[in-house]
Design a protein around this ligand. Structure first.
Ligand code: FPP
Length: 298
């Protein structure tokens, strides 16, 4: 029996457990771009896919979310930052439920960046504790809801118990066919690309691939997101308007919606408003709009 399931049944463990050293001492190196893992269902190319939910014409297949503003939410209430993160976890739970309701195929959430290690140690510990809480407390429900969990980011330098939990979440839910929940944890887009390039260079040096085989497709296949379609829509809360190293390669043709609300306040209505804004956008992927194409007879 998976240990998370067993733990929950046996002891109703304390979800508050905080690590004292989140990383193995030997390494805090940036991501190495793990080789492609098990393939997730690969739909048709992003942007050309009819909504899975026929009621939501123009619905994105894959939404990425930069969950920003927990600290400001807490500060505005005179609360410690951890309280903002706790409320952020609640918002994440609601967001997963909403994504299932909206019948999205993929939801990627940026829960800890490769740069977040530079935060105060206590806050890093708190975030690690929240990740454990999320997996331990929610895995059974996610599994029952048909959610398939995939974690992207650099894992080798995480504490063994966290690595084991991440692997367990993936293994337990591997056969599910509902929402693909992609958790970006200890993730950085630049590190991911550098890791892919290193792996391709190694293959080239060993004669496994030729120079002409090094294409966009090949590079994509060496990213953590190898089997995941590019995000159609990226939402960022808190009013900040930047990517912060999130899905840099994959966001080449994503639409962006920046919401002025702080992450703990993000709810189903806010999610729906972002989807509505996406539905109103015209995506041209470097081409021209349909009427313009008709005018030029192309
Ligand atoms: C950014 O807000 C948020 C994070 C760095 C962490 C996001 C974490 C959660 C939503 C809670 C769930 C956590 C896990 C690990 C599943 P910020 O702290 O930068 O806010 P600020 O910009 O207002 O300071």
């Amino acid at each position: 029996m998976p240990s998370v399931v067993k733990d929950k049944m046996q002891i109703g463990h304390s979800a508050e457990t905080i690590d004292h050293d989140m990383r193995t001492p030997s390494s805090n190196a940036p991501g190495l771009g793990e080789p492609a893992g098990q393939a997730l269902p690969r739909p048709a190319p992003a942007g050309r896919v009819p909504a899975k939910n026929p009621d939501l014409a123009g619905s994105p297949l894959h939404v990425g979310i930069i969950m920003d503003g927990n600290g400001r939410w807490a500060a505005a209430r005179g609360l410690p930052r951890i309280e903002g993160h706790r409320r952020g976890l609640e918002a994440l739970r609601g967001t997963v439920r909403a994504a299932i309701e909206f019948n999205l195929a993929y939801l990627t959430v940026y829960s800890f960046s490769a740069e977040n290690w530079s935060r105060p140690l206590e806050e890093v510990r708190d975030l690690m504790g929240l990740l454990k809480r999320f997996i331990r407390k929610d895995l059974i429900d996610l599994h029952k809801s048909g959610v398939r969990v995939k974690v992207i980011g650099h894992r080798a330098n995480l504490q063994p118990d966290i690595r084991a939990l991440l692997e367990e979440a993936e293994t337990v839910t591997a056969a599910n066919e509902g929402l693909n929940l992609v958790v970006a944890f200890n993730y950085g887009g630049r590190q991911e690309i550098a890791g892919a390039v290193r792996e391709i260079a190694r293959k080239f040096a060993q004669g496994e691939i030729t120079e002409t085989e090094i294409t966009e497709t090949l590079l994509s296949r060496h990213l953590d997101t190898a089997a995941i379609p590019d995000p159609d829509l990226i939402i960022r809360t808190s009013g900040e308007q930047r990517l912060s190293n999130f899905l840099l390669w994959q966001a080449a043709y994503s639409e962006f919606v920046f919401l002025p609300i702080l992450w703990p306040d993000f709810d189903q209505a806010a999610f729906a408003s972002a989807l509505a804004e996406f539905a109103a956008r015209e995506r041209r992927f470097g081409g021209v709009s349909a009427p313009a194409a008709a005018r030029t007879g192309s």
